[in-house]
Design a protein around this ligand. Structure first.
Ligand code: CAA
Length: 285
């Protein structure tokens, strides 16, 4: 029988964690959101309030439903607050050490049958799972940015993930209105493995001054119907995140498509991280 999932813990309230918490609460799920400190909680809460405020302004949500959504999310700075969670989704920064510590602690806190999921886009789920006493109940659950809008979820199974765990997570994300796909534990999973070669190529065309950033982006928007051009999308993803994903994929595949274009590293070193730092390929208010 499928697991009953009505309370979900979300660990980490950056762009992805906040978006995931919003999606869950919108579906009527009780969310316990965890951040490292009060400032992180404040940022996460503000992100969710802003995003749901926009949804109301755009007629995607009514004001009453927004109030109910916000009331379903409680915030804490202690992982021990997740003792009653039926599922935990981790969305902290992409550091294996950090994730290993969080998963080991979660393993001690939540009930033994509870599934632990990671939203990582670049780290190995297998390597995360071995830091718990329940590797068969660890999966990847990868959302796309912006999570409240984009419908894909990638459910990542390792060689030891139990089949009922995959089935329950697939079913659960359908409940959230998402379109789940299932994939093995390979860097980039499906979407990023296909997307990042293209994004990296666009950066290399930009670096060689082949065309302006505006024209590179316009070509893909107006010629191919993409909602955003590649450089604007990199600004949305975050150049640092994009670099980590490329590096991980390159280390695994040695496919030169994924060898990060040098200017990407230079921009990161100079603090140009994209939207989140106010400047990347473009400048933001
Ligand atoms: N809840 C519900 N609906 C919402 C919402 C919310 N919180 N916020 C926005 N929406 C709705 C809007 O009402 C709008 O709906 P309509 O199209 O029906 O009007 C729609 O979502 C788009 O919203 P926006 O107004 O914010 O803006 P936009 O039209 O300029 O689109 C975009 C912005 C959604 C980002 C779009 O440009 C897009 O899809 N870009 C591509 C993004 C992409 O490729 N992301 C994947 C990145 S890779 C990744 O994430 C994986 C990784 O590991 C790094």
């Amino acid at each position: 029988m499928a697991r009953e999932i009505s309370t979900v813990g979300v660990v980490g309230l950056g762009t992805m964690g906040a978006g995931i918490a919003e999606v869950l609460a919108r579906t009527g799920i009780t969310v316990i959101a965890v951040e490292a400190d009060a400032a992180g909680v404040g940022r996460g809460r503000a992100h969710i309030e802003h995003s749901t405020g926009r949804a109301v302004a755009k007629d995607k949500l009514d004001a009453g439903a927004r109030a109910d959504l916000l009331a379903r999310i409680s915030y804490t700075t202690a992982l021990s607050g997740l003792a009653d969670a039926d599922l935990v989704v981790e969305a902290i920064p992409e550091s294996l050490d950090l994730k290993a510590r969080v998963f080991a602690e979660l393993d001690r806190i939540v009930r033994p049958e509870v599934i632990l999921a990671s939203n990582t886009s670049s780290l190995s789920i297998t390597r995360i799972s071995v830091h718990t006493g329940r590797p068969g109940k660890v999966v990847g659950l990868h959302f796309f940015n912006p999570a409240p809008v984009l419908r894909l979820t990638e459910v990542v199974r390792t060689v030891v993930t139990e089949p009922d765990v995959v089935a329950d997570v697939v079913e659960f994300t359908r409940r959230l209105g998402k379109e789940p796909v299932v994939i093995g534990d390979r860097a980039g999973f499906i979407a990023n493995a296909l997307l990042f070669g293209y994004l990296n190529h666009a950066v290399s065309m930009y670096e060689s001054r082949y065309a302006t950033r505006e024209d590179l982006d316009a070509a893909m928007r107006f010629g191919c119907g993409y909602p955003m051009g590649p450089l604007a999308l990199l600004d949305l993803i975050g150049l640092d995140t994009a670099y980590e994903i490329l590096e991980t994929m390159y280390a695994q595949s040695r496919n030169r498509l994924h060898a990060p274009t040098p200017v990407l590293k230079q921009m990161i070193t100079a603090g140009l991280l994209g939207r989140k730092s106010g400047r990347g390929f473009y400048t933001y208010d």
